[in-house]
Design a protein around this ligand. Structure first.
Ligand code: PEP
Ligand code: MG
Length: 577
């Protein structure tokens, strides 16, 4: 079945269908003589859910801390809620419908009622209630293991879609591959899969409806295909391809420690993108020369409350110390858009067009208390190594000036209290909105570096929602509009001696890396696991050829032809066999 090749690699194994929050609940009448059993079944599901939550609570307490474990108290309380349980039983007695249907109906009514209350604490209870209700339903439906962070065994995960917060819980050791009905190459679940080197194919329409748990499949993340119940000969063919790719990967790792220097002697700076502090180990393993993008919003996802300044300081300090003396570019919060904070509907009200909405720096400037906590935490962490700070989604020079003014306030506060920070910390701007790109000359006056977020820049320049699979084929990084914009930003930055990096997914794709370097990009920042492929390619090409490639591409009009040119450049220099 065809889809979009989202993360390279091949996997063969059994499918695990991940049911999203909205579980499909079957509805049927229960025969009168089986009604006692039905109530007993409900009791068992409640007990099982309680045991599961207590187990998670113990693990969280052991691995993270008692305060975080306390969050699950609220979950346990839901299971003891007389009103919820009593109403479910009464609904069952009056309708005779299966207990899942009754529980789903009653719990949904409660969730709805809580989420409409004008009180933050009670609204948050709606999130707890929804989580627990899903767990009870999974248990009733015999799908207790349906959780992304505890796969029973090694499995190919098939889902209709996975949110960024869900993807952050993906069990790295057990997920053989990730396949989604929807999604695109730059949706966050895919970025996470790619960073974990998990093969992924997305946009496979209705796959979740066509497969069941335990089906066998091959996932080909190179060509973007999923083959259900493959024949012996197909398995043999894919086995051969897999062997070839494995030996190629081994070759890549041989140059892992070598510097990224082109054949004509130009050194390229290669950095890593991370979302969690644990990923610094990977960045170190693949010899990243620093962290080029630390997506700090992941500290805020999967948590019931906003992390305090101190908690953030500890997280940033851990990364900064682990990378020192190499630089760490800490990006301020990019919440909203495809990364809203779960359950915080007061901070992130539902929007019709979230990617164009209340997101990133727009959110921070309207919530200075949250923004300032983060800025102070970053400043404090700056004395433990080399920190650079970067704002996401800047749209123009006034917005950048406002952000810098808040930063200046934080600096003054710390100075007044005698708290140490690096007074020379560089501040940079992401270029990911067309208006920022076209005013790069103005922005350059107010910051020390640019980092181009091609994931968003492409979506906004081409008006292609980056997570909409229906138009994913139109999401073309080689569109002349992108190339011309990159050329302009680099020229304006270099005129003022500002370095420019790219930290979008384009940077880690060996097909696009030479084009970016040829356009004058100084540094590429990518998921750590892609560093070896890009390093290998850089060592096999000349910068003169990369410049010629960019010049030729800039003279062309068709995105597909430019892509073919880049692809040929790559294949002429890197052979898999
Ligand atoms: C980008 O937009 O390219 C980027 C790096 O930011 P994010 O993917 O987190 O939006
Ligand atoms: Mg972005």
């Amino acid at each position: 079945m065809p889809g979009i090749a989202a993360s390279q690699g091949i996997a063969y194994g059994q499918i695990f269908v991940y049911l999203q929050s909205d579980v499909e609940v079957p509805s049927y009448l229960v025969e009168p003589e089986k009604r006692i059993d039905e109530v007993a079944r409900f009791d068992r599901a409640l007990v099982m859910t309680r045991q599961q939550i207590s187990k998670i609570m113990n693990e969280v307490e052991k691995n993270i801390g008692p305060e975080e474990a306390g969050i699950f108290d609220a979950h346990l309380m839901v299971l003891e809620d007389e009103a919820l349980i009593g109403e479910t039983i009464r609904e069952f007695e009056s309708t005779g419908r299966n207990i899942e249907t009754c529980f789903h109906k009653v719990s949904s009514r409660y969730v709805q009622a809580f989420s409409e209350i004008d009180d933050e604490y009670l609204r948050e209870r709606a999130g707890d209630l929804r989580d627990v209700a899903q767990r009870v339903l999974h248990n009733l439906l015999g799908q207790a293991e349906n959780s992304l962070n505890r796969l029973a065994d090694q499995r190919i995960v098939v889902a209709s879609d996975i949110s960024p917060s869900e993807s952050a819980t993906l069990d790295r050791s057990a997920a053989l591959a990730l396949v989604m009905d929807s999604g695109s190459k730059t949706s966050h679940a895919v970025i996470v899969a790619r960073s974990m080197k998990i093969p992924s194919v997305v946009g496979v329409r209705n796959l979740t409806a066509k497969v069941t748990n335990g089906d066998w499949a091959i996932v080909d993340g190179y060509d973007g295909v999923v083959i259900l119940n493959p024949s012996e000969s197909t398995l043999f063919r894919y086995g051969k391809i897999q062997e070839q790719k494995k030996s190629f990967e081994a070759r890549l790792l041989e140059v892992n420690r070598q510097p990224a220097v082109t054949l004509d002697g130009v050194t390229v700076s290669l950095m890593a993108n991370i979302e969690k502090s644990e990923e610094v180990t990977k960045a170190r393993t693949y010899y990243a020369e620093g962290i080029g993008l630390y997506r700090t919003e992941f500290l805020f996802l999967n948590t019931a409350r906003i992390p305090s300044e101190q908690e953030q300081f500890i997280a940033y300090k851990t990364v900064v110390e682990a990378m020192a003396p190499l630089p760490v570019v800490i990006r301020t919060l990019d919440l909203g858009g495809d990364k809203p904070m779960a359950g915080k509907t007061d901070l992130f009200p539902k929007e019709n067009n979230p990617f164009m909405g209340f997101r990133a720096i727009r959110f921070c400037l309207e919530h200075p208390e949250i923004f300032k906590d983060q800025l102070r935490a970053i400043l404090r962490a700056s004395t433990y190594g080399k920190v650079k700070l970067m704002y996401p989604m800047i749209s123009g020079s006034e917005e950048l000036a406002r952000a810098n003014a808040v930063l200046a306030e934080c600096i003054a506060e710390l100075k007044a209290k005698g708290v140490a920070f690096d007074a020379d910390m560089e501040v940079g701007t992401m270029i990911e909105i067309p208006s920022a790109a076209t005013t790069a000359d103005l922005l350059a006056e107010q910051c020390a570096f640019f980092s181009i977020g091609t994931n968003d820049l492409i979506q906004y320049l081409l008006a292609i929602d980056r997570v909409n699979d229906r138009i994913a084929h139109l999401y073309e990084p080689t569109h002349p509009a992108i190339l011309r914009t990159l050329r302009y930003v680099v020229a304006e930055a270099h005129k003022r001696k500002l370095p420019v990096s790219v930290c979008g997914e384009m940077a880690g794709d060996p097909i696009f890396a030479p084009l970016l370097l040829g356009l004058g990009i100084d540094c590429l920042s990518m998921s750590p696991s892609w560093l070896p492929s890009v390093r290998y390619l850089i060592r096999a090409m000349t910068m003169a050829d990369a410049r010629a490639l960019a010049t030729q591409a800039l003279g062309m009009s068709s995105p597909k032809e430019i892509y073919a040119l880049c692809d040929a450049f790559y294949r002429q220099r890197v052979r898999m066999d």
